[in-house]
Design a protein around this ligand. Structure first.
Ligand code: IPE
Ligand code: IPE
Ligand code: MG
Length: 239
């Protein structure tokens, strides 16, 4: 099977999982897995841009990940800052618009500043939108939207009967991002882990046992080909 460049998804979302187990299997500390994982993320971002897929979301830090050891969290923040520093010129060159998706303000101030700076500087880039899900939780995203909507209703700006799917979506962290067509999760876990919930309602799911640090272009193409073989019916009957 070859990849059909005319039938690519508009939005690919990835739960990058298995960094820790990858490191452990090599007798290395978990953080080495994150380091290698960050390199893989760079490659997959480049490949996505090269293929002309307009939206990519990478799940990089969940609400639940605060429960990890402090040292591991610090390394993840450091890798993120390093990525943003090094890749900003590349994003400009390749026309990548960067977006942090999640409750970013709860991150250390320096990181928040950096994220905002990269968002601001890349906001007019047109080739691809890279969403990094950071301090993100699907349930929290929905609850936040509900709170924002409740405020609007309370102030009389919005009436309950006008809360359509389209209106609701505007209050999520992803108001201007189309829902993912394909979700990839690495490392063999068969769960969503509180990633996009509302947004994944009709997404095609792809699970691979490959740990994220071993994920590569070839594995990515395999996932995309699998997606292209699916029949997306959206509840309808296809002739
Ligand atoms: C994914 O790899 C990276 C993050 C969640 C930040 P893990 O760190 O979850 O790796 P495993 O699942 O423990 O192997
Ligand atoms: C999901 O992976 C979060 C990210 C990839 C950032 P986890 O490793 O945190 O999820 P669980 O613990 O297996 O559900
Ligand atoms: Mg994991």
């Amino acid at each position: 099977m070859e990849l059909d460049l005319k039938k690519l998804p508009t939005h690919v979302a990835i739960i990058m999982d298995g960094n820790g187990r990858w490191a452990k299997s090599r007798g290395l500390p978990r953080v080495y897995g994150h380091k290698k994982g960050a390199e893989v993320a760079r490659n997959i971002i480049d490949k996505t841009c090269e293929l002309g897929i307009p939206y990519l979301t990478l799940f990089a830090f969940s609400k639940e990940n605060w429960q990890r050891p402090e040292h591991e969290i610090q390394v993840l923040f450091m890798l993120l800052e390093d990525y943003l520093n090094k890749e900003l010129p590349e994003m400009q060159k390749k026309g990548i618009r960067f977006r942090g998706v999640g409750d970013i303000e709860e991150f250390p101030e320096r990181l928040v500043k950096k994220i905002k700076e990269v968002e601001e500087k890349t906001k007019n880039n047109k080739n691809m939108t890279l969403c990094l899900a950071l301090n993100y939780g699907g349930k929290q995203d929905i609850l936040r939207a509900v709170r924002l909507i409740a405020e609007k209703v309370k102030s009389g700006e919005l009436s309950p009967e006008n809360i359509s799917e389209e209106v609701f979506k505007k209050y999520l962290h992803t108001p201007d991002i189309p829902d993912p067509d394909l979700l990839i999760r690495t490392s063999g876990e068969l769960r969503i882990s509180n990633f996009y919930l509302f947004q994944l309602a009709y997404t095609e799911l792809y699970f691979t046992p490959v740990f994220w640090p071993d994920f590569n272009e070839e594995e990515y193409i395999k996932a995309l080909i699998s997606y292209q073989q699916r029949e997306r019916r959206f509840g309808k009957v296809n002739d």
